[in-house]
Design a protein around this ligand. Structure first.
Ligand code: OGA
Ligand code: MN
Length: 289
């Protein structure tokens, strides 16, 4: 197994593993790389059968059920990611972390793309550890006291109607989460607001909340915190929703892009009051900003 970091901050490409037949030792190595790099990419894989992708995902824990998206008929843990010339929307075409409106948002997502446009359709990922760690100590101290509302009605209502998902009787999830969360494995703190689902900071006026969120959204989109993945056929991305954001670039219309996504259940975000875990030495960015 080879782990090639793509930037000092986020992302690594992993090769030399067959994800359908991992030994426990290999899985442990992969888990460590995942904790260290937050997003892993695998290019040397064949198209995974739905059942194999689900089995791989279940090694990380029980799976998450999406509140809105339709699933594959023969394998209901699979969410088909598909954009084509008649699409009105493309999934993930804006910065977000998956389903943060849930009380227990997903731990991780595993996406394999089987069909790609000739060019374009990259996915960008950003480290929310880096976003947190580069704030001033005064801003960190303020944010550590705050919670924010995450909602999904404005995103999901009617979104999948063209795939036959009727939602007249549905109530879409909303949740109140700490603005800074502790990652359960790395123990590092990550900024946990995103421009797709976060609507309001609890306890601030609308004007204060809008202004602070706008500043944080701008800050967390700094290119230094990002890695951009240029997909190859059957490549797989495994991202940690607890400490990263992503943006699926829909720059390839009218071409088509298609794949299978499986999402792993996470726990309720929490903030540990104890001192944060050690930031890696490479995060000298904080001294530059
Ligand atoms: C997603 C998403 C990423 C992509 O499935 O959550 O944002 O690259 N998609 O399609
Ligand atoms: Mn997403």
């Amino acid at each position: 197994m080879k782990v090639q970091p793509l930037t000092p901050i986020i992302g690594a490409e992993v090769s030399g593993l067959d994800l359908c037949h991992l030994t426990d030792r290999q899985f442990d190595g992969l888990s460590d790389a995942f904790t260290e790099h937050s997003v892993l990419f695998f290019r040397d894989q064949d198209a995974m059968a739905p059942a194999d992708q689900v089995a791989f995902a279940k090694r990380f824990g029980p799976l998450h059920t999406h509140p809105a998206a339709p699933t594959l008929a023969e394998q209901d843990e699979i969410f088909v990611i598909h954009a084509h010339k008649d699409s009105k929307i493309a999934n993930g075409n804006g910065w977000h972390t998956d389903v943060s409106c849930d009380e227990e948002p997903p731990l991780a997502t595993i996406l394999q793309l089987h069909l790609l446009p000739r060019t374009g359709g990259d996915t960008l990922f950003a480290s929310m550890y880096a976003a947190y760690e580069t704030l001033s100590e005064t801003m960190k101290a303020f944010l550590l006291t705050l919670k924010a509302h995450h909602e999904s009605e404005h995103i999901y209502r009617g979104r999948y109607a063209d795939r036959g998902a009727a939602d007249e009787d549905k109530v879409y999830p909303r949740a109140l989460h700490p603005m800074i969360r502790t990652h359960p494995e790395s123990k590092r703190r990550a900024l946990y607001v995103n421009p797709s689902f976060t609507t309001r900071i609890e306890g601030l006026s609308k004007q204060e909340s809008d202004a602070l969120l706008a500043m944080l959204y701008q800050h967390q989109q700094r290119p230094e915190f990002q890695v951009r993945f240029n997909w190859s056929r059957n490549a797989i991305a495994l991202w940690d929703n607890r400490c990263t954001h992503h943006f699926a670039m829909w720059d390839y219309w009218p071409e088509e892009r298609k794949g299978h996504r499986v999402t792993i259940k996470g726990e309720r975000p929490y903030l540990e009051a104890t001192k944060e875990g050690s930031a890696p030495e490479n995060l000298r960015l904080s001294r530059q900003l």
